[in-house]
Structure formats: structure tokens, C-alpha cells
Design a protein around this ligand. Structure first.
Ligand code: ADP
Ligand code: MG
Length: 891
């Protein structure tokens, strides 16, 4: 019977009903290799490194080095070159790691296909497809290899990836389906004709991978920040050059000042640090089953204010069991465990007879679903609900039905599935979709409706099963009419155990949650109540009753715990848009072939990795490997933590810049009578030697219990909060201590204003200022760990990397001040004990300033909220995004 596997020619007819044998498939896999595209050619590491050495800032610094050389300052030139190189290598390493992380994420994205092997439909990894495999395609599937089409039913294929043509095509048997296209409607059976690098996609992929990726909003925002700061750096540098010349310095020293100022302000390390911190977050999310498809989604996730979740599989376990069957002759209970076909129908023989008819028709409607026994447990293959119907058939003692002539599988718009056979039609689907097509007398219909409502109210999902026993002419347009209602099936799908906790956590975090489901309102409401999702006003709306006006829709749904039932994919799209129009950052789940637009419209489209269609996965920003609602919430938490971390090291970076700039300002304002406290080389040593690691450590600050303790902070990375802390509080404090220590050491050494200081004294004073900045930055690193709580409350533990950074920073400090040759080159020597003491003052000074600032803000926030709760409550602006005072929560 089998013609499989006897010849190596893959075009040799594989029996369509049997497929390959698994042995033959293995053999071909060994011969042809896995069905994967040739790896994207990434730029060579050397090129990536080179790119880090020639970007805007690097070029600026190279120019400075060149000028320094021309101006006869070779030491400075070399030092600047070393800075560019070190920075370049550092940036390269981070970018390389971020790239690797992103690639690993892509590899995690599940890709499975249903093939027929050994006469059974099995799900295999797309990489294991071989030529000659018989592939079963359904709406929503991605075509994973080039196929020649054997059979097509209402097939529509989206080829836009290959051809750019957005209107789906309707191929006929004999046509070729290319890898990379998507089935958007109907079903097909195809024979694999080419895999991996043999596919047409492989040829095209090589071309598209060379194209540049578009810049995301986050990276655009970052580039803007960096460019603005860079431009300011250059502007200030030029200004200081002017001041120096005006004060009568020669051009060389003026130039030295200018470079010092510019280098002090340029935020060289910023971009790679941000990228790495996003990549690290993405990796951590993947470890928690949340796969982001673009690094920038990490940040958007953190800003999520509204989660629209479906019910089945996300809030519930998607473990379906038929527990009740209603028939016009009476009701039955069904006993059995999971998908184990062992079990029984508890009812009188007359009712059992009716149940058998229900189970038979229901099972016929989903011919590809079945349960298999794997490692002592029965597992579903195919849609779990359809599998449950097969299990019911087994428990009721119905034999496996023959394959039908024509099949109309489930479609969330029709909400029913059906098969047509020579002797009649079988229909299974939602009550409100099937009942109108039945020719039932009104009393019978009323009975059925009452039974359906009874079951729904207990949280059961209800399916109506009907059939017509009459020959159907081939290709009849709409055979689903004049049906006889056989009965109702009640399926249990228990909620996932930790969903309730995740929903509670969303509430605390100010994130609204809505259930958006295709199921019946009563079932949806019962489950929503059970997991604690249903809000106080118990609002349950049916998709058909949603207001057509977008503003009204937004007003209706913008509250916590709404249930929208019987929705269509179009409803989802409108809901996402309406909530966004009210300022929400919306995460929307979807798994169907038609959910693509809604997933793309939402700020965060969430698709399912275990169930769900390939089409949905490819439209999504986030893929849940475990389909679990709590995973979304975990990802939001990590997103928030990451955003906060980026702000942490931004604050840290900018503070340092103020301290580095201060000596130049003092020198300029004093008309040159106060000497420069820090040399340009010392500033470079600060930027490279002592500041990079703590910034990195701050970027790795783990999320803590307060991350989800209040509403999201949305917005720009650099806002008033960051600017105030860096430029008005922490920076000036550090600068004051450094310049103060410098001047005190000078004065202590006998220097008076306006005099030239002796070189030895200047070197000690400068070393003291340098040490003060390093100590200040140490304290600053700890101060930046929280935006609201001072170091005494945050404590010193919780970030091991930061302590490594501290030790490293201190080592660099000692090296800069006391290693052989270095002090002479950089221009600062070891301070006296008294100088050390002065420098150490930077630690308490920064901590005190930070603590005082946070205390004042906490006080004013409290006063504001107290004022708001007593007396006139401020009226809520209707269109306001729910982002109350960011000060109230810790970032
Ligand atoms: P959910 O939001 O719970 O995933 P769906 O859109 O999958 O909802 O299903 C909506 C309704 O369509 C269900 O309540 C059920 O009545 C019906 N239905 C779902 N799946 C099938 C199927 N495979 N065959 C027949 N009817 C189905
Ligand atoms: Mg569903």
C-alpha cells in the first residue's frame, strides 16, 4: 500500500493519506539537512568594531586628537585616541552581545507544522520538514517550505512577503506555495518540493537581510538625546575657546580647554549601554517565557496601562473536558480524566443514545483533532476543544467517523464549523450561531436556550451540535440550514491557578485589564468573576452591542475589569484604537488568522507561542511561549524595571558631566585666576576608567517589589526629574566638593587668588579634586539606585555588580594617582591625608543632598495628594492617561 521511501526522488508520489514514514523522513533529513534558511549574514565583527570608531562622536574626538597633535601636545593626542579606542571596543562588545541576544530570541520563536507521517497527522518542528512530506495547512499557518499544492479548499494565500502584493491569491491544485507566505483562509494539503536554502525565500532572504532595519522610536529618541548633548558639548567647547583667547591665553591652551569641555560633555558610552540593557531585559523575559520580537518593545511593555486579554488558554488552562451534554431527551453528565478516552456517560439509555448522536456529529466537524498517549498522559493534538469532542465520542462509545467530503472549519466570525457528507450536514458551534439555522419548534428552542444559559453561568463553554439528514448536492452554496438540534455540549476549562494573583498585581500597578473573548457573555462573566477580573460595576458587553462611535467606545471600556464577549477580530481592532485614543498604552492578545491588524495596531501585540496561528505570531511584538496571562504581567514588570534602569544610569552619567565641567566654569568665571582643577586627561580617565562600570551595573539593577507598586511612568527617558537631579542637585554637590577641596588644598599650601600655583601644589590639589569626583560618583551610583528613596532606605545590598564596579573604580583611582608615570601624565598626584579627608567629604555630601532632595519631593507629593483628597477634589480630565504623580512610586 505504501509507495513511500523506496526511492530517493522526492517527487515520487508520496501517498497523500499516509505521508512519509518517520524512518524515511529521518533519512531524508540526514541527507538534505534541516529546513532552515541560511543564516543571515551579519556584518563581520571587525566591521562592527570599525563602525564604533567612526561614528559622529568618535570622529569628533579623532579630530580633537589630530588637532592636539598639530598643536604639539602628543600626550593629549594619544590619550584621546586611547579613549576613542577603549570606548569603541566597549561599545562593540555591548552591541555584539545585544545582537547575539536578539538572534537567540529569534531562534526561540516556535515554528511548527502539521504533517502526515505514518498515516497520522503529527506536529513537527518546521526545521524537520523534508522533501516529500505531506503538509496540512490551515488558515493562519505559515508555509514553511516550498510545496506543490495537492488539494485546496477555499484556499487564500498571502504572498506579500515575496511579491509585495497585498491581495491574497487563490491557488489551484498543482500550483506552488512558497515558503514565507501565509494561508489566510481555507485549508490545503501540499507536498514539500524544496526545503531550506532550496526555497525561493532563501534567495530573497539574502537580499532583504542586507537592507537596513528601520530605526525604532526608542532608538530615534536616544539618538536625538545623544545628538543634542553632543551639539551642546561642541558649542560649549567653542565658547570656552573664545573665553580663553579673550582672557589672553594662547590658542593652544584655549584649545586645550575647549577639548576638555567637549570631552567632558560628550555622552560616549550612552547608546551601547542602553542597547545592552534592553537586550539583557529581553533575555530575562525569554527566560520567563515572554519573547519580545524587537528590543524596543521592552520599553513599551513597561509603559503598558491597559491589557486586553482573551480568555481561552490565556486566563484559562485550555484543558477542555466535556462534563455535560444536554439533549432534547434529557441531560447527561460525563465522567473521565483530561483527554483520556476512558470514561463514561452517566444517563439513562435513551439519553445516552442521544448523546452518541451529539458526539458523533461534533467529532466529525473536527476530523484532524485527536488525543495521543505520551509518557503515560493523554495529550491533545490540534485544538484542545476539538480534541475534547473526540474524547467525548470515545467515552460515549462512538466509533471513529469516516472523513467527510467537504469541510468548513471553525472561523471566529461564523463561530461554527461544519462538514458536508453525501448523506447530510453536521454543524458544531456557538449557540447563537447554530440555533437560528435549526428548524426547531419555539418551545424546543427555548428549552435549549435555557439549558445553554444554565451551563454558561457555571463557567462552562457551550457548543450547539446539529445536523441535517438529507443528501446534499455537491458544492451547494450554503448547506447549513433546516438543521435538527441534536444537543448542547458543556465544556469545562478551569482558570490557570496564578491568574488571580497576576490580575491583582496589575491592579496594584495601575494597569487595567479587560477580557476580550469570542465566548458567550455568561461563560465569560463566570470565568472573569472566578479569577477576580470582573470589575465592581460588573460590566459585560457583547461585541454586537459596542457603540459604533470610537469616543463612546473608549469611554465605555476605559475602566477596570470589563468583559467584552462575542467579539470579532474587527471589534478587537476598534477596541485597541479607542483605548489608545484615550491615551492608553494597550497590550492586546490575539491568536487567530484575522487578529493581525489588531495586534499590529496595539502598542504591544501579544501572540501565543503554544497555540495560536503563525500569522498572529508574526504580527505580534510579544510571544508568550506558555500562553499564560501572568507572563504578560511579568514582562511588563521587567519592562518597567528596565526603563527605570536606563533612567538610573542616565542620571548617573549626566551628574558626572556637571562635576567634570565645573572646573572649567570656575576657571572661566574667575577670569582665569582659579587654576583648572581637572586636566583634560583626568576627565578622560573619569569617563572611561571609573564611570563605565557603575553605569553598567545600574543598568542591571534587578526589579524590586516596588516596581509594580503604582501606575506606569511613561514618557521620555530624559525628563524634568532626571535633569533636575543631575543638573541641580547631584551634579552641583559633586562639583562643589571637588572644586572646594581643590581650592582648600591650594589655600592650605599658601596659594592666593590670582597667583600662579607652584606645580607640585597644583598636582596635589588636582589629585584631591579628582579623588573627590570619584568618591562623589561612588555615592552617586548608590543614590541613583532609587528615584524616591535615599540610600539609607534602599540599603547597600541587592546589586553585586555595583560592588564590583566600586572596587574597580577605587583601583583605577589609586592607579591614576600613584602608579608609576601616570600621575605625571594626567597631572594629579596622591593627596595628603588631609586632602583625602576633604575628598571623602564628597560621599556624605552627595548622600545628604540626595536624601534632602528626595525628602522635599516626598513631602510636596504628600501635601499635594492630601490637598487633593480633602476639600475640592480636582475634576478628572476625561481624556487623561492614568499616569499620576511619578514621584509617588519608585522607579
Ligand atoms: P475565545 O475568545 O474563548 O478563544 P473563540 O473565538 O475561540 O473564543 O470562540 C468563540 C465561540 O465559537 C466559542 O464560544 C464556541 O462557541 C465557538 N467555537 C470555538 N471554537 C470552535 C470550534 N473549533 N468549533 C466550533 N465552534 C467553536
Ligand atoms: Mg479561541
Amino acid at each position: 500500500m505504501s509507495v513511500v521511501g523506496s526511492t530517493p526522488d522526492q517527487r515520487e508520489a508520496t501517498d497523500e493519506q499516509l505521508g512519509l514514514t518517520s524512518a524515511e523522513a529521518r533519512r531524508r533529513l540526514g541527507r538534505d539537512g534541516p529546513n532552515v534558511l541560511p543564516a543571515a549574514r551579519r556584518p563581520h565583527p571587525v566591521l562592527m568594531l570599525a563602525a564604533q570608531l567612526v561614528h559622529f562622536f568618535a570622529l569628533m574626538l579623532w579630530a580633537a586628537a589630530g588637532l592636539a597633535l598639530l598643536a604639539g601636545m602628543p600626550a593629549l593626542a594619544v590619550a584621546i585616541a586611547v579613549v576613542v579606542l577603549l570606548n569603541g571596543v566597549f561599545a562593540f562588545v555591548q552591541e555584539y552581545r545585544a545582537d547575539l541576544a536578539a538572534q537567540r530570541l529569534r531562534e526561540l520563536l516556535p515554528s511548527r507544522v502539521t504533517v502526515r507521517r505514518d498515516g497520522r497527522a503529527v506536529v513537527v518542528d518546521a526545521a524537520d520538514l523534508v522533501t516529500g512530506d505531506v503538509v496540512l495547512l490551515d488558515a493562519g499557518d505559515r508555509v514553511c517550505a516550498d510545496l506543490s499544492l495537492l488539494r485546496a479548499h477555499r484556499l487564500a494565500v498571502d504572498e506579500s512577503l515575496l511579491t509585495g502584493e497585498s491581495v491574497p491569491v487563490r491557488p489551484e491544485p498543482g500550483a506552488t506555495l512558497h515558503a514565507g507566505t501565509h494561508v489566510v483562509e481555507g485549508q490545503a494539503v501540499g507536498l514539500v518540493s524544496a526545503t531550506g536554502s532550496g526555497t525561493r525565500l532563501a534567495g530573497i532572504a539574502v537580499v532583504t537581510q542586507r537592507a537596513h532595519r528601520p530605526r525604532s522610536p526608542l532608538s530615534a529618541q536616544l539618538h536625538r538625546v545623544v545628538t543634542v548633548v553632543g551639539a551642546i558639548a561642541v558649542g560649549v567647547g567653542v565658547l570656552f575657546f573664545g573665553v580663553a583667547v579673550a582672557l589672553g591665553f594662547d590658542a593652544t591652551s584655549g584649545f586645550l580647554f575647549a577639548i576638555g569641555v567637549t570631552v567632558a560633555l560628550v555622552p560616549e558610552g550612552l547608546l551601547p549601554t542602553v542597547t545592552l540593557s534592553l537586550a539583557r531585559a529581553a533575555q530575562r523575559m525569554a527566560g520567563r517565557n515572554a519573547l519580545v520580537r524587537r528590543l524596543e518593545s521592552v520599553e513599551t511593555l513597561g509603559a503598558t496601562t491597559f491589557i486586553c486579554s482573551d480568555k481561552t488558554g490565556t486566563l484559562t488552562r485550555n484543558e477542555m473536558t466535556v462534563v455535560r451534554v444536554w439533549t432534547p431527551r434529557g441531560e447527561a453528565r460525563v465522567r473521565g480524566e483530561g483527554y483520556d478516552p476512558d470514561g463514561e456517560v452517566l444517563a439513562s439509555e435513551a439519553v445516552r443514545e442521544a448523546v452518541r448522536a451529539v458526539a458523533d456529529s461534533a467529532a466529525r466537524c473536527s476530523p484532524d483533532a485527536h488525543a495521543v498517549r505520551k509518557q503515560d498522559a493523554w495529550r491533545p493534538v490540534g485544538d484542545p476543544m476539538e480534541v475534547a469532542l473526540h474524547v467525548l465520542a470515545a467515552r460515549a462509545g462512538v466509533p471513529e467517523p469516516p472523513r467527510a467530503r467537504e469541510r468548513h472549519p471553525f472561523d471566529p466570525r461564523r463561530r461554527r464549523s461544519s462538514v458536508v457528507d453525501v448523506d447530510g450536514v453536521h454543524v458544531t458551534g456557538a449557540m447563537d450561531s447554530v440555533l437560528p439555522r435549526c428548524a426547531a419548534p419555539p418551545e424546543a428552542a427555548e428549552d435549549a436556550e435555557a439549558a445553554a444559559l444554565r451551563m454558561s453561568r457555571t463557567g462552562l463553554r457551550v457548543l450547539a451540535v446539529a445536523r441535517r439528514r438529507a443528501p446534499v448536492p455537491a458544492a451547494a452554496d450554503d448547506p447549513e440550514h433546516d438543521l435538527e438540534l441534536l444537543g448542547l455540549v458543556g465544556l469545562e476549562d478551569p482558570p490557570r491557578p496564578d491568574v488571580a494573583a497576576a490580575i491583582a498585581s496589575c491592579r496594584r500597578a495601575g494597569i487595567r485589564v479587560a477580557m476580550i473573548t469570542g465566548d458567550h457573555p455568561a461563560t465569560a462573566a463566570a470565568i472573569a468573576r472566578e479569577v477576580g477580573l470582573l470589575g465592581q460595576d460588573e460590566l459585560v458587553v457583547a461585541g454586537g452591542d459596542l457603540p459604533p462611535d470610537e469616543a463612546a467606545l473608549g469611554r465605555l471600556l476605559d475602566r477596570d475589569g470589563v468583559v467584552v464577549a462575542r467579539v470579532t477580530p474587527e471589534d478587537k481592532l476598534r477596541i485597541a484604537r479607542a483605548l489608545q485614543a484615550r491615551g492608553h498604552v494597550v497590550a492586546m492578545t490575539g491568536d487567530g488568522v484575522n487578529d493581525g491588524p489588531a495586534l499590529r495596531a496595539a502598542d504591544i501585540g501579544v501572540a501565543m507561542g503554544a497555540s495560536g496561528t503563525d500569522v498572529a505570531r508574526e504580527a505580534a511584538d510579544l510571544v508568550l511561549l506558555d500562553d499564560h496571562f501572568a507572563t504578560i504581567v511579568g514582562a511588563v514588570e521587567l519592562g518597567r524595571a528596565t526603563f527605570a534602569n536606563i533612567r538610573r544610569f542616565l542620571t548617573y552619567h549626566l551628574t558626572d558631566n556637571v562635576a567634570e565641567l565645573a572646573p572649567f566654569v570656575v576657571w572661566a568665571l574667575s577670569g582665569g585666576s582659579v587654576p583648572l582643577a581637572l586636566s583634560v586627561l583626568q576627565i578622560l580617565a573619569l569617563d572611561i576608567g571609573t564611570d563605565l562600570l557603575p553605569a553598567l551595573a545600574l543598568g542591571a539593577e534587578p526589579p524590586h517589589s516596588r516596581t509594580m507598586a503604582g501606575p506606569a511612568r511613561r514618557g521620555r527617558l530624559i525628563d524634568g526629574g532626571v535633569v533636575r537631579r543631575a543638573f541641580a542637585v547631584l551634579g552641583p554637590t559633586e562639583a562643589l566638593v571637588a572644586v572646594g577641596a581643590f581650592v582648600l588644598v591650594l589655600l592650605g599650601g599658601g596659594w592666593r587668588l590670582g597667583q600662579d600655583a607652584p606645580a607640585g601644589l597644583l598636582a596635589t590639589a588636582s589629585g584631591t579634586a579628582f579623588a573627590a569626583v570619584v568618591f562623589g560618583q561612588l555615592a552617586n551610583a548608590f543614590a541613583c539606585r532609587s528615584e524616591t528613596r535615599w540610600v539609607g532606605r534602599v540599603g547597600l545590598r541587592g546589586n553585586t555588580l555595583l560592588w564590583f564596579a566600586v572596587v574597580f573604580e577605587l583601583a583605577v583611582l589609586l592607579a591614576v594617582l600613584s602608579a608609576p608615570y601616570v600621575p605625571a601624565l594626567l597631572g594629579g598626584t596622591t593627596p595628603s591625608p588631609w586632602g583625602w579627608a576633604l575628598a571623602l567629604c564628597a560621599v556624605p555630601a552627595v548622600l545628604l543632598a540626595d536624601g534632602a532632595d528626595k525628602a522635599v519631593r516626598a513631602l510636596s507629593t504628600r501635601r499635594r495628594t492630601a490637598g487633593a483628597s480633602s476639600g475640592r477634589a480636582p475634576r478628572r480630565r476625561p481624556a487623561a492617561r492614568p499616569v499620576p504623580a511619578p514621584e509617588e512610586r519608585d522607579a
